[in-house]
Design a protein. Structure first.
Length: 504
């Protein structure tokens, strides 16, 4: 028997969207087939998230039409999109931190009893079953804010799956989860695809797209520049069509001098134990490891946000007690957080205000700040980092996630610390911007700045830096020249084995 259902589960035609000063989408056509994983890629600001938020009912489209199962849908709000069968997992967390996991899973649509009252017992039972099916080891009654970023990302995915959906949109779903959790997610995506669901998968990790997607659509400057089968295009071809030019082969250059600027000895704090290492002037040290390895906790202690319990930190041979970020900054240490939304930017300010915040003293003239200097700095940073915006007075919250990350990074680089800690600096950033950031960081080491980079990206880990530190369960397991390391050795040591695969 031949099905009378249309082949396309979703058909978007001529979608346009304009924000003040920005044409975000310009006549975009997009199709999603039944039982397909369709990747959507493009540079930061290309329009990927805008298109998805239109499909999810968050934004109203300026022009165009959307049909689901052949029926045109207005998608006037998120509830209308959910009724039409669209579920979305956002790049930025949308969980309510003061609610339990169970309450977040069923926010807006909890199970109800005969009298219409919420049946929390039933909700808890369903939540436990759903979490178990996804291998998420967490109590559904736990407060969401007490959980790690990684666990919260998995809960967001579980919340999307708790709904009755035809189409699942995943916006950078692996940005904050481990390799093992990524494998679990991919297994689940394949299961959903085999069941006839349609998956729209947004990611800057082109290697993932080659692994999980059937087709890929490439956006640039709000327009579609191509749609093709993933099997018919190489990773490099995808990247070059995204950025509109041929990519360079980045080559890191060692700029380290002999002078030791940071000496950490037997440092112990919440989440890490007995860590010792040195950092030279102009050196680039990369720290990697699995989730829970203690990398971010170590960085926060070096920056004084969570003071260490014991151990010694010396800068230029002089012991320093760093008990607050202010003391760290005074000692010449800067820190770019991995959580830009909560900790990395001032959401209520524009681009200029965010860039000014770390640099008021440097730009001041006596008791007064000089507006022309501030404006010049902001404009220079926007140009240098390729931040896509309508102007330096644009609210930072209206930028794409990758452009927000560039604002956070440029703000600290403008501060010119002697030691800069960058925690997952390229999360949510496209391949072209990554190339620019790598080049910039390498140039900073040439100027004498010392950099500590925390990264979960294996390609990044193997291509950036002079030395590589691997952490596991709060301990420093391995420090070696980055060029001599292999992916197999790094994964083994990060999992608690030695470089030959023997448990340690």
């Amino acid at each position: 028997m031949v099905s009378d259902r249309p082949r396309n589960l979703l058909t978007a035609t001529g979608i346009c969207k304009t924000f003040p000063g920005v044409r975000a989408l310009d006549g975009v056509d997009f199709e999603l087939r039944r039982g397909e994983v369709h990747a959507l890629v493009g540079e930061n600001g290309a329009g990927k998230s805008t298109l998805m938020q239109i499909l999810a009912g968050i934004y109203a489209r300026g022009a165009g039409s959307v049909a689901i199962d052949g029926v045109e849908e207005a998608l006037e709000d998120r509830h209308a999109a959910e009724r039409a069968g669209i579920s979305i997992v956002f790049q930025e967390s949308s969980l309510l931190q003061n609610l339990t996991v169970c309450e977040n899973l069923f926010s807006g649509d909890p199970p109800r009893g005969r009298l219409g009252l919420i049946d929390w017992k039933r909700a808890e039972e369903v939540a436990r079953a759903l979490l178990a099916d996804l291998q998420i080891n967490v109590d559904p009654l736990a407060t969401t804010g007490s959980l790690s970023t990684t666990t919260q990302k998995m809960i967001e995915i579980a919340r999307a799956l708790a709904k009755d959906f035809k189409i699942l949109i995943l916006d950078e779903p692996t940005a904050a989860i481990t390799v093992e959790e990524t494998e679990q997610l991919f297994a689940l995506i394949r299961k959903l695809r085999d069941a006839g669901k349609g998956i729209i998968y947004i990611s800057h990790r082109i290697k993932e797209i080659r692994e999980i997607a059937d087709r890929v659509t490439i956006l640039k400057d709000g327009r579609v520049v191509g749609t093709c089968d993933v099997a018919d295009v190489s990773e490099r071809e995808i990247c070059e069509r995204m950025v509109g030019r041929e990519l360079m082969d980045f080559r890191y250059v060692n700029m380290a001098k002999e002078e030791v600027v940071l000496d950490v000895a037997n440092l112990t704090g919440e989440g890490f134990l007995d860590v010792s290492f040195t950092l030279r002037r102009g050196e680039f040290l990369t720290i990697t490891g699995l989730a829970g390895a203690g990398r971010t906790e170590l960085a926060l202690a070096l920056f004084g946000a969570v003071p260490a319990v014991s151990g010694r930190i010396a800068i230029d041979g002089e012991s320093r007690r760093i008990r607050s970020p202010q003391e760290a900054m005074a000692a010449g240490i800067g820190y770019v957080t991995e959580d830009r939304k909560k900790l990395g930017m001032f959401s209520g300010m524009d681009i200029t205000g965010n860039m000014e915040s770390n640099n008021i003293d440097r730009l001041a003239c006596g008791p007064f700040t000089v507006r022309d200097r501030i404006k010049a700095m902001a404009e220079q940073n926007v140009a240098q980092f390729g931040i896509r915006c309508a102007g330096i007075d644009q609210p930072v919250v209206t930028l794409s996630g990758g452009n927000q990350q560039k604002v956070c990074l440029s703000r600290w680089i403008a501060y010119r610390p002697r030691i800069l800690i960058v925690d997952e600096p390229t999360i949510g950033i496209d391949v072209g911007a990554k190339e620019e950031i790598y080049t910039l960081l390498n140039r900073l080491t040439g100027d004498g700045m010392s950099i500590i980079m925390i990264s979960s990206d294996m390609i990044e880990t193997l291509s950036m830096g002079d030395r590589l530190m691997v952490m596991c369960e709060g301990r420093m397991m391995w420090v070696m020249d980055r060029a001599a390391a292999s992916e197999e050795e790094i994964v083994a040591v990060a999992s608690g084995l030695d470089s030959t695969g023997v448990a340690v």
